[in-house]
Design a binder for this molecule. Structure first.
Ligand SMILES: Nc1nc2c(ncn2[C@@H]2O[C@H](COP(=O)(O)OP(=O)(O)OP(=O)(O)O)[C@@H](O)[C@H]2O)c(=O)[nH]1
Ligand SMILES: [Mg+2]
Length: 300
């Protein structure tokens, strides 16, 4: 069978995680309108079945957006993304706006791609936001680089051109083993997925500077016969942020907790009792220990 690893690379917020979820057909990676949502590499497994048998398998690796880091967490995030380039059979470079030239963030990534000898595919995402002329212009500027074996435009939210993309990727993979069972869609543990769902709701419900400094740690996880009891600590970097997260009369945190609980119940297929509380840990994004504890620097 055709099988292999495919890395999703790009600047923050271009739609990598949304595209991953669309290709897998389930939500396994959180995606929000805030840049730098993804903090660590996540594997999503796509297995194409034919007559009830696995016929091809693509193991996608979603990565944090490549950006100029402002703290240790940012350095590890970018490092994790750049390292992925060396571990994969094919690279999907995802962009979402006009080609801004060699000096832009996309230009930096293009330079990295020039140094690899792995097949490269370009995905121009969010085509719903641009007209055909703008699309042609982006298409041509990337085609001229001669770096890409295949170029497509997608709307990752709606899945436009995604089946065709999957077929093109499969064609370009080597013959190989089935790496994971066909019913497996990610190798992330449930506990981590739960912490990510809570973090996603924090990002969605909070404004600007607070979200980037939040982290979630699952302190208790107990699977009882009819309910899963979860206690999660939400970390932020400042006392003032703690107040914002909790909100007037605890209203904000209640909303975040409820949205998270509903989604976790869907994921686990059980009722969930979710207890959340907020802690302050100053500058944790520059602490190696904290970054490791939160699972943002996993050893793979
Ligand atoms: N209009 C439109 N929005 C999209 C599309 N794909 C993704 N988005 C939105 O773009 C935002 C960013 O999506 P993500 O999937 O989190 O982007 P990402 O590249 O994983 O971002 P980081 O993890 O921060 O690097 C979200 O609000 C998505 O809903 C698309 O094709 N069209
Ligand atoms: Mg992401």
């Amino acid at each position: 069978m055709k099988s292999g690893f495919a890395g999703l690379i790009g600047r923050p917020n271009v739609g990598k995680s949304t595209l991953l979820n669309q290709m897998i057909g389930e939500k396994i990676a959180i995606a929000t309108s805030k840049p730098q949502t993804t903090r660590t590499t996540t594997r999503g497994i796509y297995t194409r079945m034919e007559d009830g048998e696995p016929a091809a398998q693509i193991v996608f690796i979603d990565t944090p957006g490549i950006h100029k880091p402002k703290n240790k967490l940012g350095s590890y995030m970018t490092e994790a993304a750049v390292n992925t380039l060396k571990e994969v059979d094919i690279i999907l470079f995802i962009v979402d706006s006009p080609y801004e030239g060699e000096k832009s963030g996309d230009g930096f990534i293009l330079d990295l791609l020039k140094k690899t000898d792995v097949p490269r595919v370009l995905v121009i995402n969010k085509i719903d936001r641009i007209g055909p002329e703008a699309f042609d212009q982006i298409y041509r500027s990337y085609e001229e680089t001669g770096l890409f074996e295949y170029i497509t435009g997608t709307n990752a939210l709606e899945g436009k051109n995604v089946p065709e993309l999957l077929a093109e990727l499969e064609k370009r993979l080597p013959e190989g083993p089935q790496y994971f069972p066909e019913d497996m869609i990610t190798d992330d543990p449930e506990r981590f997925l739960v912490s990510e769902i809570i973090r996603e709701k924090l990002l969605l419900y909070l404004e600007e500077e607070v979200p980037h400094g939040v982290a979630v740690e699952i302190e208790e996880y107990e699977e009882l016969p009819d309910i899963t009891r979860i206690r999660a600590a939400i970390y932020c970097e400042k006392q003032s942020h703690k107040g914002i997260i909790i909100g007037k009369g605890g209203k904000k945190l209640k909303g975040i907790g409820k949205a998270a609980r509903l989604e976790i119940e869907g994921l686990l297929g059980t009722r969930v009792y979710l207890e959340t509380f907020v802690k302050v840990r100053e500058n944790w994004r520059d602490s190696d220990i904290a970054i490791k504890n939160f699972g943002y620097r996993p050893e793979r």
